[in-house]
Structures are given as structure tokens and as C-alpha cells.
Design a protein around this ligand. Structure first.
Ligand SMILES: *Cc1c(COP(=O)(O)O)cnc(C)c1O
Length: 399
């Protein structure tokens, strides 16, 4: 296996014949047992920024760190193996991955149809940055395919969705939308950050590109900023690889190593995140001070059936409406002992936040409420602590 991996194209994954947890541990870092090799059982951190060659006209496999790095390549192989993708590319943040994708695929005059409930940073990238390069974006309710199809223009090149969305946990019907994008020759991008490849594999559902903020579940320990793109088309891969090097927003060797390390426990962590989220959702659903709980794993979620049809789990993020006012919500959040009051999600520690005052504070109140983000909507990311401690903490703070 070691020899084979040496000759594989950078970032390309072996066929997914082994189970997910096995691939999470082994893919991309098979021990090198050739004569003279160390046989390390984990990928080494290669810090060199440049690589020596014997002859002027004869570069080795590696030339310069931005272009190629063995630690980053090990991660790219592992990520591709986990998303059932042929190719993976790692970047210095989720937004760097998104920027590289847009630079590689769009030109002035091109149009994107995007889910109206997108991650705020992605919306800002579209509206404040790519608008200056002549890229146009229409936002639609992309829970189903019809609004997406209606918004298509002759200049449309790309459809961009997230499922589930943040913080409203709406789902996008990826299979149905993929039929529309296939029929019209468009690129379907799915941001898979919230479920991770453990629960959802958008390329298998017909998507062309998967985007990840590695910063969340993939890294998993709230200590790495990173991003990734996963594709099956060789043509897409070559363009993306060219821009990865030309624009230069690559993941560092050390962060690549931390991400490789985090990924080994992704299967275990996602199971526990989900167990804890379900326990919390059931507790909150019965609490008299809570008016609504949004979690795809609850039968009360309007798209619970779609969740079961396109993913193998529901993830670890949920939102709920607290009865009362902003000060009541602030008071509740500040009384929590086990939950940490912070933005972000996907780490081993449980995090909680108030979107109207924190992650989504830049939206006008009317615009926020129009899409369902009330003043007292609370989003939480269930960590991997004991469920009983998390529920007890919420209970005492609600009392
Ligand atoms: C955090 C996040 C991003 C952006 O990723 P960064 O790593 O912070 O740049 C994109 N999409 C989703 C869904 C996210 O949660």
C-alpha cells in the first residue's frame, strides 16, 4: 500500500472499499515500509519550504511548499477518501476554499443561485467581494428544486446550497437540485460543514463540489482554521489545483497534521455529538420556557423525512426559541456552567450563542425576523461531554 500511495496523483483517493471509520484512521497515512523508510504510523509534519534537486533540469516530486507538501497531501487523500471523492484540496480557511473555488470557476457576468439561508461569511464573500468582479447572486428558498429552477438565467453557472443551514437547520433537497443542475450543465456546490462526510456525502447525491470549513467538525477540537474542496471531475480538480497554488491560500503543514489527527476520531465524535444533540432536543421540546426546537432529528422538524433520505444522521447543532426578551436570553446564557458562550461549532466542547446579537447581528432586525431568526433564537453545538451534564446545565440556567 505504501508504494501505491507514493505514486498516486497528489490529493487523489483510493477506491472507497473500506468502511468509513477505517478510512478515517488509515487513508493517506499508510506506513512506508520500503528499505530505509522509518515506518511512521502517523503522517510526519514536513516543515521544509523548499526541496533540493540533484540537477538543474531535474526537479524531484516536490519543489516548493505552496505547490506541494507531503503532510497536506496526506490530508487531501484522507479527506477525499471520506467524502467518496476522487480528489481533495486543503486550504487555510473555509472562506479561502470558497474564494479559490469561485476564482477557478466563474468570470465577470456569471450568475449564482444560492440558498437564502447561507452561512453569513459566504454571503459577505458573494455580496461584498465578488460583486466587484461582476459576479451576480440570486437568493432563493432552496429547500426544494422548484425555486432554484425558476431563478436560473442564461448566465447562471453555479448553484450553491448548505444543508442543514445555520442557524435555522433547514435542509436542501440535494438529489432534486442535482437533477436541475445536471440538466442545465451547472456546477452544484454543497457546503457540507454541518453534517461532515460521516453523516452526508453530497457527491454521492449528485453534487459536483463539496465545501468544508475544516475549522468545525473535521478539525473537531476548536484549534485549527482550515477549509477543503472535494471533487470527482479531473477537469475541476486541475483548475482548482492551479488556483490553489496560484492564489496561494494553502493549509500549513502543522494545521494539516492537526486536521489528520482530528479526522481519526470523526466517526466516534459525530455519533456522540448527535446523541447529545438528540437528548438536548428532547429535553427542550418539553420545557415550558421553550416555544420551538429546530433539529432535523426531531419528528416535529418539517423535513425530518428528507433528513433520513439524504443523510445517515442529523448532526450536533440545534436551535431553539426561548420565551421572553433579549435580556432573558442573555441572562440564561450567562448562567450556563458547562456550555461555553461562544461563536463557532463542531468542537468537542459544547458551545452556545445568541445569533441575533452575535453571529447574525449584522442583519437588520426585519430581515432577520423575515427568515425566522427571532431575537431570542438560541443556537447550540452539542459537544461530546456527558449528556446528563449538558441537560442539567440547561435545566438550572432555565430555572
Ligand atoms: C464556519 C463556516 C464557514 C467558513 O469557514 P472558516 O473556516 O471560518 O473560513 C463556511 N460555511 C459554514 C457552514 C461554516 O460554518
Amino acid at each position: 500500500m505504501a508504494q501505491e500511495s507514493q505514486h498516486r496523483q497528489p490529493g487523489s483517493a483510493p477506491a472507497p472499499t473500506l468502511g468509513f471509520a477505517t478510512r478515517a484512521v488509515h487513508a493517506g497515512e499508510e506506513a512506508d515500509l520500503r528499505e530505509g523508510a522509518t515506518g511512521d504510523v502517523v503522517a510526519a509534519i514536513h516543515l521544509a519550504t523548499t526541496y533540493a534537486r540533484k540537477e538543474v533540469a531535474l526537479p524531484g516530486r516536490y519543489e516548493y511548499v505552496r505547490s506541494q507538501n507531503p503532510t497536506r497531501e496526506a490530508l487531501e487523500v484522507k479527506l477525499a477518501a471520506l467524502e467518496n471523492a476522487r480528489y481533495g484540496l486543503a486550504f487555510s480557511s473555509g472562506l479561502a476554499a470558497e474564494t479559490t473555488l469561485l476564482l477557478a470557476t466563474l468570470k465577470a457576468g456569471d450568475h449564482i443561485v444560492a440558498f437564502d439561508d447561507l452561512y453569513g461569511g459566504t454571503k459577505r464573500l458573494f455580496e461584498q467581494v465578488f460583486v466587484s468582479f461582476g459576479v451576480e447572486v440570486s437568493y432563493v428558498d432552496a429547500t426544494g428544486a422548484l425555486p432554484v429552477e425558476r431563478a436560473l438565467r442564461p448566465s447562471t453557472k453555479m448553484v450553491w446550497v448548505e444543508s442543514p443551514t445555520n442557524p435555522l437547520l433547514k435542509l436542501s433537497d440535494i438529489r432534486a437540485i442535482a437533477q436541475v443542475t445536471r440538466r442545465n450543465g451547472l456546477i452544484l456546490v454543497v457546503d457540507n460543514t454541518f453534517l461532515s462526510p460521516y453523516f452526508q456525502k453530497p457527491l454521492d447525491l449528485g453534487a459536483d463540489v463539496v465545501v468544508h470549513s475544516v475549522t468545525k467538525y473535521i478539525g473537531g477540537h476548536s484549534d485549527v482554521l482550515g477549509g477543503a474542496l472535494l471533487v470527482n471531475s479531473e477537469q475541476h480538480y486541475e483548475k482548482l489545483q492551479y488556483l490553489q497554488n496560484s492564489a496561494g491560500a494553502v493549509l500549513s503543514p502543522f494545521d494539516s497534521y492537526l486536521t489528520l489527527r482530528g479526522l481519526k476520531t470523526l466517526a466516534l465524535r459525530m455519533e456522540r455529538h448527535q446523541q447529545n444533540a438528540l437528548a438536548i432536543a428532547h429535553f427542550l421540546e418539553k420545557h415550558p420556557k421553550v416555544s420551538r426546537v429546530l433539529y432535523p432529528g426531531l419528528e416535529s422538524h418539517p423535513q425530518h423525512e428528507l433528513a433520513k433520505a439524504q443523510a445517515s444522521g442529523f448532526g450536533g447543532v440545534l436551535s431553539f426559541d426561548l420565551k421572553g426578551t433579549v435580556p432573558d436570553a442573555e441572562n440564561f446564557l450567562e448562567r450556563l456552567q458547562v456550555f461555553t458562550l461562544a461563536e463557532s461549532l463542531g468542537g468537542v466542547e459544547s458551545l452556545i450563542e445568541l445569533p441575533s446579537q452575535m453571529t447574525h447581528a449584522s442583519l437588520e432586525k426585519a430581515a432577520r425576523e423575515k427568515i425566522g431568526i427571532t431575537d431570542t433564537l438560541i443556537r447550540l453545538s452539542a459537544g461530546i461531554e456527558d449528556a446528563a451534564d449538558l441537560v442539567a446545565d440547561l435545566e438550572q440556567a432555565l430555572a
